[in-house]
Design a protein around this ligand. Structure first.
Ligand SMILES: [Zn+2]
Length: 265
């Protein structure tokens, strides 16, 4: 784990990259901040989390770090021990954690519960949606640390790296660490309700687009040609043929549209 800091004093803000070793976009954003070393109005901790996995270009070494929190100093796995150190490092920090996906190019935010922080910060980020995942929070960073996660785009793409940079700057501006103004947008909010499992198969297909409602009776995915049909309407989120080993993704419902109060003060 690599830890650095912008500004002086005890940080209450953190930017975390490389929770997953095969998602380099956030690392680029952190390295750029370190290169440019902008003057900050609040100190910010910068963390590159799973350096071992990044070096090997794999998602993880022993287990998924984002299912290993809060971790344990004596854990048998590299990620179990790293999770514990990371929680220690991020204690007291509002944390911005960057990911990328194999399912959706447009950035979106992931939060654990719709907190006041989430309501205040997320509509100021250049994201298309906010996804609330408290039904599936176990083991994730935001179960242990106050965290806003963002999906920056397609894994390994140049666009995802550029998005990570833009998202990080927007976050740091929204929380008053960097000067300037942010955009405020109206944001649809989705809540994950179910996991969409997949059978062991040689080929997987997904027929639907993320964040676009699937109607009851519509076929939405197939494993070796065996088609799955929606029993009730849902919004697919993080759905992809090969993103995860045993799930296609998640089913969500649309909660409402979050419109942040425009900064009148
Ligand atoms: Zn990730």
């Amino acid at each position: 784990m690599r830890v650095a800091q912008l500004g002086s004093g005890t940080p209450e803000l953190a930017v975390v990259a490389g929770i997953h070793g095969d998602e380099p976009c956030g690392v680029r954003a952190v390295e750029r901040l370190l290169d440019e070393c902008p003057t900050v109005e609040r100190p910010v901790k910068l963390v590159v989390a799973n350096e071992e996995a990044l070096e090997r270009r794999v998602r993880f070494v022993d287990e998924d770090l984002n299912r290993a929190f809060p971790g344990d100093p004596n854990a048998k796995t590299h990620e179990g021990r790293l999770a514990h150190r990371l929680v220690d490092e991020l204690e007291g920090c509002l944390t911005f954690s960057m990911h990328s996906t194999q399912s959706h190019a447009e950035p979106f935010a992931i939060v654990n519960g719709i907190s006041e922080t989430a309501r205040a910060v997320v509509p100021q980020l250049p994201v298309a949606a906010m996804v609330e995942t408290s039904n599936f929070a176990e083991g994730r960073l935001f179960s242990a640390v106050d965290t806003v996660e963002v999906e920056c785009g397609m894994q390994g793409s140049e666009t995802a790296a550029q998005n990570a940079d833009r998202l990080t700057r927007s976050f740091l501006t929204a929380v008053g660490a960097l000067p300037g103004d942010t955009m405020h947008s109206e944001l649809p909010v989705y809540q994950l309700t179910d996991v969409i499992r997949k059978q062991e198969a040689d080929t997987y297909e997904v027929f639907v687009d993320n964040f676009t409602e699937v109607d009851a009776g519509d076929p939405f995915a197939a494993a070796d040609g065996d088609t799955q049909v929606a029993e009730e309407p849902f919004y697919p989120v993080l759905m992809s043929p090969n993103g995860y080993r045993d799930v296609f993704g998640y089913a969500a419902e649309k909660l409402d549209v979050l419109s942040s109060p425009t900064a009148a003060d």
